[in-house]
Write a protein that binds this ligand. Structure first.
Ligand code: GLC
Length: 738
């Protein structure tokens, strides 16, 4: 008997083994074969996946990851924020940081700073370095860059984006994505689309003309997809045509996947998904962060309750949704996996390296904008200066660790005070005083400033009175409502009593420099009282060193504003039509300014800004001469070449960002006075002259016709304006389009 049992048992084991072996042996391993085209590998994997396995690909399994196919040896998809660096690890199913000790990264400058450099080569350096950090941290997707358009100075996330002009954003986003993805890490351009404010971000419905959508808010996304070849894209929280952008038929199925031929993955914003059928049929591929608020709140282990989880599976099994729907999603996700984590030839990256900190510093230095230098106080002459008063909370505050999803656990962030002390502390007496104190809004309430404002002010006035130079570091600080995700600004004014303090300080010391840390314009009513003003941005790990390099003259500032500085809020198009235009009424909003965003509005309404889009000074001067076009007549298929000479007429080397704007004076539709369609940064030694050529594809001079739903370049006269900024045009050339 015993033998009989043993025999049957051994037969069973053998059968199972063979069965399993057979089962295993039946696996068609083509999907693992990297010599095969990706599309062949996708079909090989898909044909062996169960319905459950396909559905499992389409939703999160943790805060920042989604499933692979364990049975087939297809890895999970690991994502992480953000646009300026690789965010600290959080717990599997909680926003709390995991407190691991190997994730302190390089903090790169906020993207408004990159935008201010107007430099595609820097954008490529940025993307490459960020991609290397993300690769080293074994991420398959980095959740950035953000290219929403700066429509209002109130948007809490302007600092994450690339300014008010679609051509500038579209030009810089392409090299950023291309060089990032060379590391085998997917960019995830976001937030598509019309997420241009934080008030009611998760529900506001944006009503907008087709022209404004296509001419202003989509170009950077279109370039990211068609030229940048982004492998992923994040849907926005808000609604367009009353459909959530994370599952939106027009934006995702029609424009993105059909017209732009996007072959990547649409990822929802965290908690941007709201309905199974909509998510299944209207373009979403991976659902992330459902039941959270994208920043802090969360529901424990809800992943099977996601819209694209058990409900989706049930509807597929019941035949309510065709299996081809999940097959398309699975194909896109497998394509992403083969392009990233299963690409064994991808490089290995590097992390928090001296090279990355040097790149971060170079970009920060290149984005700083000199706004005013009335008495040529800058660059600081350390041969004469004996005492410096450093005033303002931002002199000794780091910013990379705040602001929302883009926050980072940087290996370090040098503050301006640290950099000044390190570089000049042994030659100059540096006295620091806070000057003003910020309060800190939290979920539970506002933590007041622990400092007495009057005593801070009196101390600041005393220190300033005895100094050769006053450096005032102020601006915003990524506290809530002060450049922070989820919290739009509630006032155009600088907070914490800075204006009053600055005016007082300027009265007792005319050698005062105001350095602004911010990602958005603020009212500067005291501007005429302050002789020297610098837009310093949020510069990342090397912020302090970058600003000191510029103040000391080691670096000649070359940045130009990627957005306008209106004198007052009402001068801004988004705030010229009442609540319906911003923030909307009862979750419904109309972009009443339409295509006239930023300088387009200011030019057309003849409103002079305090500082114009594209404006920025240098420690040297430049002269533009002899602007000519290669022809007088062009067809739409042509590329016009604008040639001019640029001379550095000053005493030191410098770089000038020359800009080209196009106007169509007699169009059949309303067009802005002019639109940026070309720019280039020209480096010149003192006294040097260069002949500069800028290529201008005529097809980019088009407007979007709502009647033909297509881009149109009408025949007739066009004006090409060459300028140092949008309100400093040097030369005009008139050409005719046949
Ligand atoms: C956030 C943000 C998005 C970020 C995501 C994950 O709420 O809107 O930019 O990538 O959730 O943190």
């Amino acid at each position: 008997m015993k033998k009989k049992i043993l025999r049957s048992l051994s037969c069973t084991i053998a059968f199972c083994a063979i069965g399993t072996l057979n089962g295993y042996a039946q696996l068609n391993k083509t999907y693992l074969d990297e010599s095969q085209p990706i599309e062949v590998r996708i079909e090989s994997a898909l044909s062996q996946m169960t319905l459950e396995e396909k559905v499992a690909l389409c939703h999160a399994q943790s805060k920042f990851s989604s499933k692979g196919v364990p049975r087939l040896g297809i890895p999970e998809v690991w994502m992480n924020d953000g646009p300026f660096g690789v965010r600290a690890e959080v717990l599997w199913d909680d926003w709390a940081v995991a407190n691991v000790t190997n994730d302190s990264c390089t903090a790169f400058p906020a993207l408004t700073c990159l935008a201010a450099s107007f430099d595609p080569e820097l954008a490529a350096m940025y993307g490459k370095a960020l991609g290397e950090e993300a690769r080293y941290r074994n991420k398959s997707v980095i959740l950035g860059p953000g290219v929403n358009i700066y429509r209002t100075p109130f948007n809490g996330r302007n600092f994450e984006y690339m300014g008010e002009d679609p051509f500038l954003a579209a030009t810089l986003v392409v090299p950023y994505i291309q060089s990032l993805q060379q590391n085998g890490v997917a960019a995830c351009v976001k937030h598509y689309a019309l997420n241009n404010q934080e008030v009611w971000r998760d529900s506001v419905n944006v009503q907008i003309s087709d022209r404004a959508l296509h001419e202003i808010y989509l170009p950077a996304f279109k370039a990211a997809v068609e030229k940048g070849k982004t492998w992923a894209l994040m849907g926005a929280y808000n609604r367009y045509k009353y459909e959530f952008c994370c599952h939106n038929d027009i934006l995702l199925n029609k424009i993105l996947k059909l017209d732009w031929k996007f072959d990547g993955v649409v990822v929802s914003d965290w908690n941007g998904t709201h309905n199974t059928r909509e998510a299944a049929l209207k373009g979403l591929d991976i659902e992330m962060g459902t039941f959270t608020d994208g920043m802090s709140k969360t529901e424990i282990n809800a992943y099977n309750n996601y819209y694209l989880a058990s409900d989706f599976l049930r509807m597929l099994k019941d035949g309510e949704i065709d299996e081809e729907v999940v097959n398309d999603k699975a194909r896109r996700i497998l394509r992403l996996i083969f392009r990233t984590v299963m690409n064994t030839k991808r490089p290995f990256g590097s992390f928090a390296s001296p090279e990355h900190f040097a790149i971060s510093r170079h970009i920060a230095e290149s984005g700083i904008v000199l706004l005013k230098n009335q008495n040529n106080l800058l660059p600081l002459d350390f041969a004469k200066i004996k005492t410096i008063a450093v005033i303002g909370e931002n002199a000794d505050r780091i910013h990379s660790n705040a602001g929302g999803a883009s926050k980072l656990k940087a290996k370090y962030e040098i503050t301006p005070l640290q950099a000044l002390t390190k570089r000049w502390g042994d030659k100059v007496k540096i006295t620091y005083t806070r000057g003003y104190g910020s309060y800190t809004p939290t979920f539970e309430g506002v933590i007041p400033s622990p400092y007495n404002a009057d005593s801070l002010k009196n101390e600041a006035l005393k220190v300033a009175a005895n100094a050769d130079v006053v450096l005032f570091f102020g601006g915003l600080n990524k506290n809530r409502h002060q450049d922070n995700e989820g919290f739009d600004r509630q006032s155009y004014d600088l907070p914490y009593g800075q204006p009053e303090l600055l005016i007082e300080l300027a009265k007792i010391n005319k050698n005062i420099v105001f350095i602004i840390a911010s990602g958005t314009a603020t009212a500067l009513p005291f501007e005429k009282d302050i002789p020297t003003i610098v837009q310093g941005w949020y510069g990342g790990s090397e912020a302090g060193n970058a600003i000191v390099s510029v103040l000391s003259g080691e670096v000649n500032p070359s940045g130009k504003l990627p957005f306008s500085y209106p004198k007052k809020l009402e001068d801004c198009g988004a705030h010229a039509f009442g609540e319906i235009a911003y923030p909307g009424i009862k979750n419904d909003q109309k972009y009443m300014e339409d295509i006239l965003v930023g300088y387009r509005w200011l030019d057309t309404k003849k409103i002079k800004p305090l500082y114009a889009f594209g404006y920025g000074m240098s420690y040297t001067t430049f002269k533009y001469r002899k602007a000519t076009t290669d022809r007088k007549e062009y067809t739409v298929a042509d590329t016009a070449t604008l040639t001019f000479t640029l001379t550095n007429t000053g005493e030191r080397e410098g770089a000038e960002i020359a800009q080209v704007y196009i106007s169509q004076p007699k169009a059949s539709v309303m067009r802005p006075v002019k639109e940026l369609k070309g720019f280039t940064k020209v480096k010149l030694q003192a006294g040097e002259t260069k002949t500069v050529k800028i290529q201008l594809p005529v097809k980019e001079w088009a407007f979007y016709s709502e009647t033909s739903q297509s881009w149109v370049v009408e025949p007739g006269e066009f004006v090409i304006s060459l300028g140092a900024s949008s309100d400093d045009i040097k030369h005009k050339c008139v050409v005719t389009i046949k």
